[in-house]
Design a protein around this ligand. Structure first.
Ligand SMILES: [Fe+2]
Length: 142
């Protein structure tokens, strides 16, 4: 079982978003470890498919609340989401073409996980502070 990359410094002060980040980081860590440990293709594809769906769901959640609250930083923020979606898709393609290589494991850690942690600590925390400043409380989605 992969250990989560979450720590409390990553909180954006909005519980709904924090919970989604925890879920994403847990599965990003699983993806990274499964590739590094050369787990079987079905396990890796399962993790990858989950990540593709969950990342899309999570980005749509953030986008929905940005629009609902007329967030001024929406354009730059959404551009970063598009980049992550493309990076994940590209790494998935690399896996399908070449399997669980050491360079893929390295790329997952640097191009996906480290950049996503930076995204949380920069633009997501800005967005969280904006919502908090407006007194917005986000409920768990049905
Ligand atoms: Fe974000």
């Amino acid at each position: 079982m992969a250990k989560s990359l979450w720590n409390d410094n990553l909180s954006v002060s909005i519980p709904l978003i924090d919970e989604q980040h925890k879920m994403l980081l847990k599965h990003l860590a699983e993806f990274s470890e499964a590739v590094a440990a050369h787990h079987g293709p079905s396990e890796i594809v399962g993790t990858l498919d989950f990540l593709v769906d969950y990342m899309d769901f999570h980005f749509k959640t953030e986008e929905k609340h940005m629009r609902a609250n007329s967030y001024p930083g929406i354009e730059t923020h959404l551009k970063e989401h598009v980049k992550f979606t493309r990076t994940l898709a590209n790494l998935g393609e690399d896996f399908k073409e070449e399997g669980a290589t050491a360079s893929l494991a390295e790329a997952i850690n640097t191009m996906l996980i480290n950049l996503f942690l930076k995204h949380i600590e920069a633009v997501d925390q800005q967005f969280g502070a904006f919502l908090k400043g407006k007194g917005v409380v986000l409920e768990e989605e049905a």
